[in-house]
Design a protein around this ligand. Structure first.
Ligand code: NAP
Length: 517
């Protein structure tokens, strides 16, 4: 069985003992093991701060961008192998593995381009500043400089490639060294990426560390200049936020957690029209892509009562386009759950939903037998969304969705969506501008992103599940309150914003801005 190692202090290191096993979820076979026991994580962080930080800070944005482009190309060079590894360790189909792996290289390339555009600078100045008081000579502005610590990236199991890249791109471009800790169960693709990056010879000493396995005592060694960017469950997020050292040192924490992403279909949508077709196509994809194990997957759908029968009748045909099975089998378009340990969670989650909803498509899974990790889509119908809190609170991380009626009033729909207490993305399907405008401003405070699906974008829409590097990812409340990506906004997490006040010519001289009037 393959032994995975960590890359710390610029050396590959193995922890003591066998540690945790990684599985092929389709067969249940153990394929690798990894341990972090006994590794000196304090020394690794010190090395990253003392070597990686200065190396990245000495580079301009353009140089850091070139580094990201080099990494993107190096990883892309092993695309086929990474897709195979991903299929093996995460049970995903090859097509869904591309979503992860190509998403990683594309995000790195997008931030490489941003670095090129930012050019020869090493830090950012926020705006032109303004005169303070009466004299035009007494000036104030803000400078954004890289923190002097390490960006500690703790990722979820579902995107072992993209999760690594979307975080690393922002931290590296900001000028901050990174320690990546993937979820142990699906760390094989991340491990292979780490090997590729190290072997590329592109990484400055100390710029990247890779912790493969349990988090150990990592958080005990964090300093006030370090940053945690976490993606995973709300329960783990709460433990990190409350960690004694994290609290004591005021370590900056960004959380991307659960989300019961919602779709609202407007009363104007005609079941024979293009917008309806777009809605059904995207709904089927959101249920089935990566077996519903996407943080942005649709979980709740609000429809006018008059459209409910049509969706129940028609969604089955769309779902038939996604035969479920082991990814190695011919014709399979929806693979297994990513890890064997997810199976009981999804089975139990669907069972709990069935206690308060009708099952209107599919059958509840049992989670037993040789194909236990193959879960087929299930559609629930909740007739009383207002009086059923569970459907707004329980995120079942698998291929299922709950349909719910509303009156057609945008304010009512937005209120029901907000019962999810904050989400990553909400989608509105409508061609009525009044309805769209009314609901958008009600949904926006509760979400990091709103997708407006209409007949005007039928040929262009990538669906709500697609996270793009130029647009913010993250949401308030249940979604964790974090914010990642969003082009240059993604760098903010790794930059200290410092107000600078003084004589305007002095500020202009030392920061190169603003221009003298
Ligand atoms: P998880 O169990 O919370 O694990 C997430 C990560 O935290 C893993 O790397 C895990 O390491 C690590 N971890 C576990 N205990 C820790 C501790 N005490 N201190 C620090 N780190 C710790 O979540 P998951 O099951 O992998 O992911 C599923 C959840 O992630 C879902 O709820 C989903 O909604 C959410 N998610 C959100 C987003 C988003 O962008 N908002 C994206 C993807 C997934 P080990 O694997 O070694 O235990």
């Amino acid at each position: 069985m393959q032994e995975l190692k960590s890359y710390l202090s610029d050396r590959w290191q193995a922890g003591a003992g066998d540690g945790a096993a990684l599985h092929d979820p389709a067969s249940g076979e153990a394929i690798a093991h990894t341990s972090t026991e006994g590794l000196d994580l304090g020394a690794a962080l010190t090395h990253a701060r003392e070597s990686g930080g200065p190396a990245l800070r000495s580079m301009t944005f353009a140089e850091r961008g070139a580094l990201l482009l080099g990494i993107s190309k190096a990883v892309h060079g092993f695309r086929d192998e990474l897709l195979d590894v991903s299929v093996r360790n995460t049970g995903t189909t090859r097509k869904d593995a591309k979503f992860d792996v190509d998403g990683a290289t594309a995000t790195l390339a997008a931030y490489a381009k941003l670095g090129e555009e930012l050019g020869d600078r090493r830090y950012l100045v926020d705006g032109d500043g303004a005169a303070i008081g009466r004299s035009p000579r007494f000036w104030g502005t803000h400078v954004k400089v890289p923190v002097r610590g390490v960006a500690v990236h703790i990722n979820a199991f579902n995107f072992p490639a993209w999760g690594w890249a979307e975080k690393m791109a922002c931290a590296f471009l900001a000028g901050v060294p990174v320690l990546t800790k993937p979820a142990t169960g699906t760390s094989l693709p991340s491990f292979r990426i780490a090997q590729i990056c190290v072997d590329s010879g592109l990484l400055p000493n100390g710029a990247w560390s890779f912790l493969c396995g349990g988090v150990g005592d990592l958080l005990n060694h964090l300093s006030s200049q370090d940053v945690i960017a976490f993606t995973g469950s709300a329960a783990t997020a709460a433990r990190i936020r409350a960690h004694e050292n994290v609290v004591r040192r005021s370590v900056r924490v960004n959380i991307e957690a659960d989300s019961l992403n919602a779709v609202v279909v407007g009363p104007d949508v005609d079941p024979d029209g293009e917008t309806w077709d777009l809605f059904l196509r995207e709904l089927a994809r959101e249920i089935c892509q990566k077996s519903g194990q996407k943080c942005t997957a649709t979980r709740r759908v609000f429809l006018p009562e008059s459209l409910m029968d049509a969706v129940v009748e028609q969604i089955g045909d769309r779902l038939a386009d996604y035969p479920a099975g082991r990814p190695s089998e011919d014709g399979v378009r929806m693979g297994t759950l990513s890890t064997p340990s997810q199976v009981p969670d999804v089975v139990e989650g669907m069972r709990r939903l069935s206690e308060v909803c009708d099952v209107v498509h599919g059958n509840l899974p049992h989670g037993e037998g040789p194909d236990a990790a193959v879960i087929k889509p299930v559609i629930f119908l909740c007739r009383d969304p207002e009086g059923t809190p569970l459907v707004h609170e329980l995120e079942v991380f698998g291929p299922c969705v709950t349909l719910m009626p509303y009156s057609g009033d945008p304010t009512e729909a937005a209120r029901l969506v907000a019962m999810g207490d904050g989400g990553l993305v909400a989608t509105v399907y409508s061609d009525d501008l009044q309805f769209t405008g009314d609901i958008l401003l009600e949904l926006a405070p509760w979400h990091g992103r709103v997708l407006l699906g209409s007949r005007r974008i039928v040929e262009h829409s990538m669906g709500p599940g697609m996270v793009l590097p130029d647009y913010v990812h993250g949401g308030p409340g249940r979604a964790g309150g974090g914010r990642e990506l969003g082009g240059i906004r993604g760098l903010d997490l790794y930059l200290q914003t410092c107000a600078v006040q003084g004589a305007r010519p002095v500020i202009q001289r030392v920061l190169g801005t603003p221009s003298t009037p």
